[in-house]
Design a binder for this molecule. Sequence first.
Ligand code: ADP
Ligand code: MG
Length: 250
Amino acid sequence: MILNQKALSYSNALMEVQRMKQTLKIINQARKEGRAALLETEAKAICAEYGIPVTRFKLAKNEQEAQEYAQELGYPIVLKIVSPDIIHKSEAGGVIVNLKNAQEVREAYRKILENAKKYNANAKIAGVMVQEMAPKSTEVIVGAVKDPQFGQTLMFGLGGIFVELLKDVTFKVAPLTREDAQEMVTKVKAYPLLRGYRNTPPADTEALVEILLNTSRLVMERPEIKELDLNPIMAYERGAKTVDARIILE
Ligand code: ADP
Ligand code: MG
């Protein structure tokens, strides 16, 4: 029994080292290239290392690959531009959702590159992200900012008008305890929506608490993260999924 526990904590330690190595590798690469904003592919890879659920994805370098990856990940599929020079992807016509077959993928691939060129003729293009489409659900937002006075601070809110118009958000300074994270979720005014309302089924608030805790762990371990945005996260009856992730380095 004791031996088993030792073996377990040893393998946990190994996993932790691996996670840190992967994360640092991504951050160092961005720094080497003089980029403060990570690509969505990079931000999501880091999130996944920390146990934050993200849409499955692959980075395609050509139409052929995009079609292969779409087949692999399963339809419907989403394509997105991946460029260090395009931060707000949909603004550049760089996001096309709900593609249903190989032909639509090919057309969307071309359209996205064309739109990117129109938006910024000099934009460097890393490729086109092919990702699973997350079914619509209640949208929530998790954020982190490095406050000059308080340090890493977590934010939680519901998507759309709740954050943008009503500023209905909660904040707590990291590191979060489980109780902190639970409070952040239950203290937003829109919380009753997460409990289920009319046609909206209840959301898995435990999954949201886990995301907050994992995000807290990430920004504590990587103080060079200045800003982090998981926006939106689809909250489901079981689990949740991050659809877009942004990380800005100092
Ligand atoms: P932007 O850089 O413009 O914020 P996003 O990645 O957030 O780009 O995509 C814009 C919108 O497209 C999202 O807010 C979401 O509504 C939708 N979307 C993007 N990716 C997915 C996905 N994998 N599944 C479902 N909807 C998505
Ligand atoms: Mg977004």
